[in-house]
Design a protein around this ligand. Structure first.
Ligand SMILES: Cc1cc2nc3c(=O)[nH]c(=O)nc-3n(C[C@H](O)[C@H](O)[C@H](O)COP(=O)(O)O)c2cc1C
Length: 173
């Protein structure tokens, strides 16, 4: 699948078929995250692949988006500043986006789960044995999609695109 096709075809998938996910595919998804850009190339990211049914069963209680997933990748980040400032949120986000696109390219559905787990962060860290000061930042459930969600309403490109100055539109040169 080419990159633009993956970008536009990707949707947040929260319903999955029960088929297990190959560990090699989960490792390919993590490899895509490792190749994401990183401020000062600090690479503060770690990944917990969850493909064990018992561990997954414990995880699925933390968000409805995880309930039907056969596997997940938990994105762990060290919230450490670099010598040019703090970039760890951006680093985590770039990794998550790469994982979503890699999952799409491999024919899986996936979802960026972050908001729903924020208040459970400590419980998830304890469950997975993630040591402080590392943060459990987001989780990507992954599996074969059970149906394809509709594309939600997105910004109109004409409304959010400006040419050479804010407010200048293509037909008003
Ligand atoms: C920072 C961030 C946090 C998110 N947290 C959650 C979440 O906790 N649970 C969930 O089901 N979806 C979550 N999402 C997915 C969004 O709901 C989804 O991307 C949005 O509705 C647009 O749909 P689309 O991804 O299909 O384009 C999150 C997305 C982002 C970028």
């Amino acid at each position: 699948m080419d990159t633009l096709t993956a970008i536009h075809a990707r949707r947040s998938v929260r319903k999955f078929r029960p088929d297990p996910v190959d560990r090699e595919d989960l490792q390919r998804i993590v490899a895509a995250a490792i190749d994401a850009p990183s401020g000062c190339n600090a690479q503060l990211r770690q990944y917990v692949i969850v493909d064990d049914v018992e561990v997954m069963d414990k995880l699925r209680g933390f968000s409805h988006a995880l309930e039907a997933a056969p596997a997940a990748v938990v994105l762990v980040i060290d919230p450490k500043p670099t010598r040019f400032g703090e970039f760890w949120v951006q680093d985590a986000s770039a990794a998550m986006q790469n994982m979503l696109l890699a999952a799409e390219a491999l024919g899986y559905g996936a979802c960026w789960v972050e908001g729903a787990i924020r208040r459970h962060e400590k419980d998830i860290a304890d469950m997975l044995g993630v040591p402080e000061p590392l943060r459990v930042w987001s989780i990507m459930p992954v599996g074969r999609p059970d149906g394809r969600p509709d594309r939600p309403e997105k910004s109109d490109p004409d409304e959010v695109t400006h040419f050479n100055a804010f407010g200048r539109k293509a037909d008003r040169r």
